[in-house]
Design a protein around this ligand. Structure first.
Ligand code: PLP
Length: 391
């Protein structure tokens, strides 16, 4: 009898972490990561907040705390939902998680039975595929268009498939950069309501819009939707602070799962972040991140247009951190990956983002870690590697 539990057998390893090991060499231009640009981290402000919390309430801030999370932080999140999106969400229906990644694990524990049909975007977020895989669901996928999931296919799948849960990233999706249109959000929500499909709407990038207009979350069309958020991309990922808001029955199960997992999210970190948020304008801070990422995104779009032939398609995101590239069918992005490494440039091949296979000719490019000059140079090298692939 093997030592490792059966449930771990089909959990994919994070291919990205493997790639990042290769990308560590300083002369490699890496479009592989998915990290926020560290120049945006509010280091001094967090230092001030740490000192304040320790000096003024150190003993409590270093003590165990509640599973739900720091109430004032939950209140801040609830107020922001109301101000920015017109969503009325009570702080009591928000639970602070160790990043939104933990929310995915807790949702898996609370909702997914072995063999349940779970519908994912294609391509979809690798971390969700990984988190849910532990609970041994049967993955189904719905193809993404430039405006979100294809709603005709969605209707067919939901009608025939007894889908328990849908997971999606409607704003500047990881990996594709695609944003669901308002029409797709409303049509998809109707379909989910009609067929009784629970919806998890993951939104770590929503605040990073640098062009176009904000679109209301699907939760607006479905008050029972589960909505996730994160401070990783607007403050700091190291704080490991995210949240889940869900109907009481689900939140209760998630709360129990969280008690079993880690009792509560790092309380000191919650107190420090709250102090930071109350002493500084997060809007101003987000504005500076958006401005930086727009410059980088524009540089990447312009470089791709300049160096790649028109048969190579790519998305033009209105926010977030990623561009998705589709090569002509006959190409394999794994082969391009090997060729690109020789040119000291790297990216993530698309295959791991396909929960049920496919995506051989696709790849993800991250633009938030390089200067515009490096982006231009890296895309030129990548295009050279592509043009040199023999057929
Ligand atoms: C779509 C999506 N969800 C969740 C996460 C996890 O973020 P965190 O746990 O840092 O909040 C990420 C991280 O990149 C992501 O892209």
């Amino acid at each position: 009898m093997g030592l490792i539990a059966d449930r771990m057998k089909n959990v994919p390893k994070s291919f990205i972490r493997e790639i990042l090991k290769v990308a560590e060499s300083p002369d490699i231009i890496s479009f592989a990561g998915g990290l926020p640009n560290p120049s945006t981290f509010p280091v001094k402000e967090i230092e001030d907040a740490c000192r304040y919390v320790l000096e003024n309430d150190g003993q409590r801030a270093l003590q165990y705390s509640s599973t739900e999370g720091y109430y004032k932080l939950r209140e801040f999140i609830a107020k922001r939902y109301e101000q920015k999106q017109g969503l009325l969400i009570s702080p009591d229906s928000i639970l602070i998680t160790s990043g939104s990644q933990q929310a995915l694990d807790l949702i898996g524990k609370a909702i997914i039975n072995k063999g349940d049909n779970v519908l994912m975007e294609e391509p979809g977020y690798l971390g969700a595929i990984q988190a849910f895989s532990v609970f041994e669901p049967c993955f189904k996928t719905v193809m993404m268009t430039n405006h979100g999931p294809d709603t005709d296919s969605l209707e067919k799948i939901c009608k025939n498939g007894k889908i328990k849960l849908f997971y999606g990233v409607p704003n500047f999706q990881n990996p594709s950069g695609v944003t669901y249109s308002d029409k797709v959000r409303s049509e998809a929500s109707k379909i989910f309501l009609e067929y009784g499909v629970a919806v998890v709407e993951d939104n770590p990038y929503g605040e990073l819009r640098f062009m176009g207009e904000d679109i209301a979350p699907m939760r607006k069309h479905n008050p029972d939707g589960i909505l996730l958020g994160s401070f990783s991309k607007i403050a700091s990922p190291a704080l490991r602070l995210g949240w889940i808001t869900a109907p009481p029955e689900i939140l209760d199960a998630v709360n129990t799962a969280k008690q079993a997992a880690d009792l509560h999210t790092n309380y000191f970190s919650q107190r420090v972040l709250y102090r930071y948020l109350s002493e500084n304008s997060i809007d101003k801070h987000i504005e500076s991140i958006r401005a930086l990422y727009k410059t980088q995104r524009d540089a990447m779009v312009a470089s791709i247009e300049k160096h790649f032939p028109p048969e190579v398609r790519f998305t033009k995101p209105e926010g977030g951190m990623f561009i998705w590239m589709t090569l002509p069918e006959k190409y394999d992005s794994m082969v391009l990956f090997d060729a690109a490494i020789k040119q000291s440039v790297t990216f993530v091949p698309g295959k791991p983002f396909y929960a049920v296979g496919g995506g051989k000719n696709t790849l993800r490019l991250n633009y938030t870690s390089c200067t515009p000059d490096k982006i231009e140079e890296g895309i030129k090298r990548l295009a050279d590697a592509f043009k040199n692939m023999a057929f």
